[in-house]
Each structure stands twice: as structure tokens, then as C-alpha cells.
Write a protein that binds this ligand. Structure first.
Ligand code: PLP
Length: 380
């Protein structure tokens, strides 16, 4: 099997497993316990917090560990709903957000908040003018705009959007779940108030994430209890997974420094070019979707004219290629992707799209073999 669906999830890296193992075996104590074994476990949790903070340019105290990216998004959005609810103000999201932002903000709309979806251009990038127009400084609310899209990999103008929001006195959350480990994400350079991370997108296990909360930003916890995580998420910490998350962050930081991300990008380009050469017996049969300039280096999002992705995918699976049509959460839903519809694509183009996503664990041999098999399946 050749795994090319890294935006759905990634394999846990052996180095991450090695870091986690001691905390599933000998060091299983409660980090809140006062004796030495507990204190040692607590130190491992705090070390992981420093690793995440160092990676994104935050202070360790600004990092809260969560159970997943969906929880991180919901925690930020619900905390902000309570904050702005008191002033009856507005919520802005982009039309291409993940369901983990769209559903909680839909729930806010259902109870009377004014929620506006800002569109994107045909490159899949936020309409900054529309966003600026919707930011009413008289009535500050909050905006949630993703850093990079999970389907197309298109990187959003987060610096500009967050600056506009802060100038208008708004709070700003970003779902950076598909950006971290792929493009530089630094909260000391970009004025975001809240930022969500999910471990399984960068070689940590599923079921662990983090929320960055800028010092001084309002926050209402969803869980109250023993006061863990500085009272922001009570519940005994998932120590092995938190340690894994920290190790994966350190790994990704090293990869960025050592050219690992550039290698992934070169592999993605090789795959895209080979598919175009191999399948373009009719001109423009393979179209690359979204901005070529502003995108993460690991995603090839292509439409293959005359083919339907839902029919290709089982054949690709049988040929030993695992990839997808869009987000994993949309599998089995017979609707064109809301992301591509927002980009103004026809249903036909949207239904013929494949998302092929690589990671630092993808090899050149896998890419070359995958191209051969994909071309065979498409032509077959
Ligand atoms: N946001 C984006 C952009 C995602 O790609 C995902 C995962 O697919 C999520 C949120 C949800 O993260 P998790 O699977 O950790 O709940």
C-alpha cells in the first residue's frame, strides 16, 4: 500500500512512539501527585508544552493541551461566543472552514448570533476586501479563519486578516491544523489570539491537540474540575500523548531546519508534473486546483477531466493507493465539496478532484510507483 492521504492523518513517527513508551510503562503516575514519580511525569508534560511553544513562538503558559483539533476549535469558539454574546456582536468565518469551525458557528447562528461567511477567490484564498468590509469596528466580534485549507492546501492571508481584525478591535482565532509542520506558523509574528493544532496531522497520535491562547485573551473553560492546564481544561492529562505531541513538534521543527519540508515539496511537484505528463494526452486533462503560489508543499489537488473521483478511489485502493477526494469527514457524502463550490468550480470539476497528500515519511520510490499506478487506473 502507498499512503498518500496525509491531510487525513499521518503515521505516528517511530521517534514519537519511542518518546511516548516510558509514559505508558514505568512513568504512569498522575502528574498532579506530589511525590517524586508524579513530579517527574509533570516535568514531561511541561517539557512538551515548551516544545509546542518553542515551535510556534508562544510562551509555554499560553499552550493548553486538548483531546483533538476539533476540541481546540470548539474551545476557542465557545469561549468567544460567551465573551461577545454579552455584547450581541458578530462572528465571521471563511466559507471554506473545516466542519470543526462551521458546525460550532452554525450552532451560534441557531441561537441568534449573526454569523457571516466570507467568500474566497478562484484560487481558494480569502476575499480580504470582503473580510475588511464585514469587520465592523462599532460592534467588535470574533473572526475564525483557517491558516491552510485541508482540501486544497491553499494558505490563507493570515497576517493581513489577523491584522485587519485586530485593528477593528475584533478577536481572531485560526485553525492552523493543516498549516503547522507544513509552513512556518509563528504567533510572535502574526497577531492571532487563539490557534488550534492537532497532533495526528504531524506524526503524533490521534486524540491529542493543543490550543494556543494569547496571554490576556478571554477564556471560559469547557471543563471545570481539578484545575489542570491552568484551570483552562480540567481533567487528568493524557501524558503519553502529550509527550508524543511535544516530540512530534520537535521533529517537525528539525525537518523544517534540515530541508525535510523542501524535500516533500519537491516530491509533490514531481508527482504533479508526472501526472500531467502521463495523462495530458488531451490538453489540460489534469487541472491543479487552487493557488500554486500560496499552498502547503505536501498537497496535490487535481481534477481529472472526464473522471469521477468516487469511482476512481475504490480502483486506486485496489491498486494499492490510498488517497481521497476531499476531507476524510466528507467521505461517503455525495455532495460537491463546499470548498470547491466556494471557489466557483462546477460540480463536474469538484466531483473529479483527487487530493493526494504527502508527508515527511513519503519516499521518492513511493511517489514514482504511485504515479505509474494512478495513470494505469485512470487510463484503464
Ligand atoms: N480542522 C482542520 C482544518 C482539519 O483538517 C481537521 C482534521 O481533519 C480538523 C480541524 C479536526 O481535527 P481532529 O481530527 O484532530 O479533530
Amino acid at each position: 500500500m502507498i499512503y498518500l492521504d496525509s491531510n487525513a492523518t499521518t503515521q505516528v513517527h517511530p521517534r514519537v512512539i519511542e518518546a511516548m513508551m516510558p509514559f505508558l510503562t514505568g512513568h504512569w503516575h498522575n502528574p498532579s501527585s506530589g511525590y517524586r514519580a508524579g513530579r517527574e511525569v509533570k516535568m514531561a508534560v511541561e517539557r512538551a508544552r515548551e516544545q509546542i511553544a518553542d515551535w510556534i513562538g508562544a510562551k509555554p503558559a499560553e499552550i493548553v493541551f486538548t483531546g483533538c483539533g476539533t476540541e481546540s476549535n470548539n474551545m476557542a469558539i465557545k469561549a468567544l461566543a460567551r465573551e461577545i454574546g454579552r455584547k450581541h456582536s458578530k462572528v465571521l468565518v471563511s466559507a471554506i472552514e473545516h466542519s470543526a469551525v462551521l458546525r460550532p458557528t452554525d450552532a451560534m447562528a441557531a441561537v441568534g448570533f449573526e454569523v457571516e461567511k466570507v467568500g474566497v477567490d478562484s484560487d481558494g484564498r480569502l476575499d480580504l476586501d470582503g473580510f475588511a468590509d464585514a469587520l465592523n469596528p462599532e460592534c467588535p466580534g470574533f473572526a475564525s479563519i483557517m491558516w491552510a485549507n485541508n482540501e486544497t492546501g491553499v494558505v490563507q492571508p493570515i497576517v493581513e486578516a489577523s491584522q485587519l481584525a485586530k485593528e477593528a478591535g475584533w478577536f481572531f482565532h485560526t485553525d492552523a491544523i493543516q498549516a503547522v509542520g507544513k509552513v512556518p506558523v509563528r504567533v510572535d509574528e502574526v497577531p492571532v489570539d487563539y490557534l488550534s493544532i492537532s497532533g495526528h496531522k504531524f506524526h503524533a497520535p490521534k486524540g491529542v491537540g493543543a490550543l494556543y491562547i494569547r496571554e490576556g485573551a478571554p477564556f471560559e473553560p469547557m471543563t471545570r474540575g481539578g484545575g489542570q492546564e491552568g484551570g483552562r481544561r480540567s481533567g487528568t492529562e493524557n501524558v503519553p500523548y502529550i509527550v508524543g505531541l511535544g516530540e512530534a513538534a520537535a521533529l517537525m521543527q528539525e525537518e523544517a531546519r534540515n530541508g525535510g519540508l523542501a524535500r516533500v515539496e519537491a516530491l509533490r511537484d514531481r508527482l504533479e508534473n508526472a501526472l500531467q505528463t502521463g495523462l495530458n494526452e488531451t490538453p489540460d486533462r489534469v487541472e491543479c486546483n487552487g493557488s500554486r503560489e500560496h499552498r502547503t508543499g505536501n498537497v496535490a489537488h487535481v481534477s481529472i477531466k472526464g473522471k469521477v473521483a468516487s469511482e476512481l478511489l475504490p480502483k486506486l485502493d485496489a491498486a494499492g493507493i490510498q488517497c481521497s477526494a476531499g476531507s476524510a469527514c466528507m467521505t461517503g457524502k455525495n455532495q460537491p465539496s463546499h470548498v470547491q463550490k466556494a471557489m466557483g468550480y462546477s460540480d463536474e470539476r469538484a466531483f473529479s478532484s483527487l487530493r493526494i497528500s504527502l508527508s515527511i515519511m513519503t519516499t521518492e520510490a513511493e511517489v514514482d510507483e504511485a504515479v505509474r499506478r494512478i495513470i494505469d487506473v485512470v487510463k484503464g
